[in-house]
Design a protein around this ligand. Sequence first.
Ligand code: CP3
Length: 350
Amino acid sequence: MSESNNTPLLLRAARGEKVERTPVWMMRQAGRYMKIYRDLREKYPSFRDRSENPDLAIEISLQPWHAFKPDGVIMFSDILTPLPGMGIDFDIVESKGPQITDPIRTQAQVNAMTPFEPEECLPFIKTILNTLRDEVKNEGTVLGFVGAPWTLAAYAIEGKSSKNYAIIKNMAFSQPAILHSFLSNIADAIAKYVCYQIECGAQIIQMFDSWAGQLSPQDYDIFALPYQKRVIDQVKEKYPDFPLILYISGSAGVLERMGKTGVDIVSVDWSVDMLDAKKRLGKDIILQGNIDPGVLFGSHDFIKSRIIDTVKKVGDQGHILNLGHGVLVGTPEDNVRFFFETCKNVKSFL
Ligand code: CP3
């Protein structure tokens, strides 16, 4: 068999090759909307156990794979998972979300960060990615992911999920030197972490800068973009052809800027029409997205019409179907199944 026959569809699309159909996966495709996940969560209530015990993380990563056969399998983990390896401890508390034990507020805390050695602090990631590659074979593509510096800093500084980012913005706009040194440290650690995931078997990596859309474009250029780029440049220096995706929630105001970071694929949220996204990003950037996760609360006919509409707008090349953000808690599993099935057969409906 030729290399291209062995290479899974999503990976070929991510490399910009011409493909037989648009591949599809879903952000947050493993998680609470699935009963099988909720049942397992009752037995193993600690999120850190579920994501750091490789047997559990592998089982959870494969739950959507077994249920829906998406084209991509994303490892079950969290963007916060590498933080303890930098000396920042966290937990994820039921109904409260992420909690940082000792939020970063001073230069002394930044200076006291632990040098990040992913092989030592994240050995389970190697087991998870190795095993997922073996399980998925070449029938699907294994994705790794990381958080981008701004979004990780937002959690580490605020100490938890935030509505208005007052604490990090206070630091950004009154003591920017502390924030810049923190963002630099995180960027260098995350670049190492991306390379480690690649070496462990990840075939595509998505960088989530979920909360960079909270910055004005002017401040995005100061606090988010340079550090996204710092990660991407370091990874591309070592692995120039490795496909990288960048995602931001609420990215309409910074879409062109995202395309200038050096990523291969921009994951577009539903605040932008895909026709506009295509025009704004140009032909060299592959698009991912961008169906409103809320559409999965609609009827089958409605879900189908939105998938067709999205594919018609982007065309059948240079596109990876996905939602515009993670699948929501409470989404009917049958609608997720219908979404995947319809995406895979979309050509017959055009
Ligand atoms: O896509 C996948 O299937 C992999 C799973 C995944 C998780 N977190 C598991 C998880 C991914 C890709 C993430 C990334 C992540 N984590 C992001 C970026 C993606 C995005 O949505 O923008 C962010 C911002 C976080 C931080 C975080 N972790 C939040 C806001 C929460 C939810 C808090 C809550 O309870 O609602 C978490 C916890 C978390 N990470 C859960 C899951 C399935 C829910 C907790 C649980 O299942 O017990």
